[in-house]
Design a protein around this ligand. Structure first.
Ligand SMILES: N[C@@H](CCC(=O)N[C@@H](CS)C(=O)NCC(=O)O)C(=O)O
Length: 209
């Protein structure tokens, strides 16, 4: 059976949501990154960058959430349109947008605004401004659409768990109505709800007022 090594963070939830939506059986293994379990020698063998998520499927071990999402999409033939179609590249470009921007920049916003407030005003402003800029880009894209791609895809699985931390990066989803509509619609899916509470349940999906 597939083994998912993960923790209760956006990057971990991307993969548990994907596994749930794909209907794949998996064992969810908690790697408590607040207690340095990501540095355990056995974990470093499958995730040499000492980060969750990582996945083992038989002989295949794989780390980096974007690579794992692509692996699962290729394995199942689900949630990624065929290579060579415009729909495929639309999903890929938004997946890369998340991996290169919406994850790293919003992650920095969490570091300065949520975990270390008041320590460095310049950094707080820089990452808050960039986070809101990225929300603006996503909000514009989602105008008149239900999903990031033409249908539900690994791009939604990648982006949504980061938006679920809107309170950490101090974004009011009411300022981004298309993002809010998309966020709430996906939050209502049983697959997202099951994936959100992996590998341990620390509370249900946050809903904006
Ligand atoms: N680019 C990586 C980022 C993974 C990542 O930042 N994971 C964090 C939790 S969300 C982590 O494991 N941090 C532990 C550490 O840095 O020691 C991915 O998308 O998989």
């Amino acid at each position: 059976m597939i083994k998912l090594y993960s923790w209760t963070t956006p990057n971990g939830r991307k993969v548990s949501i994907a596994l749930e939506e794909m209907g794949l059986e998996y064992e969810s293994i908690a790697v408590d990154i607040t207690n340095d379990q990501q540095f355990a020698p056995d974990f470093l063998k499958i995730s040499p960058n000492n980060k969750i998520p990582a996945l083992v499927d038989g002989e295949q071990a794989i780390f980096e959430s974007g690579a794992i999402l692509l692996y699962l999409a290729h394995k199942t033939g689900k949630f990624l349109p065929p290579v060579g179609t415009p729909a495929h590249w639309e999903v890929m470009q938004w997946l890369m947008w998340q991996m290169g921007g919406f994850g790293p920049m919003v992650g920095q916003a969490h570091h300065f605004l949520h975990y270390n407030p008041g320590k460095l005003q310049y950094a707080e402003e820089r990452y808050h401004t960039e986070t809101k800029r990225l929300y603006g880009v996503l909000n514009k894209h989602l105008g008149g659409r239900d999903f990031v791609g033409q249908d539900l895809s690994i791009a939604d699985f990648a982006i949504w768990p980061w938006a679920a931390r809107f309170d950490y990066h101090k974004v009011d989803l009411n300022d981004f109505p298309n993002v809010k509509r998309w966020y709430l619609a996906l939050a209502a899916r049983p697959g997202f709800q099951r994936g959100y509470v992996q590998p341990i349940d620390v509370g249900s999906i946050p809903l904006p007022i």
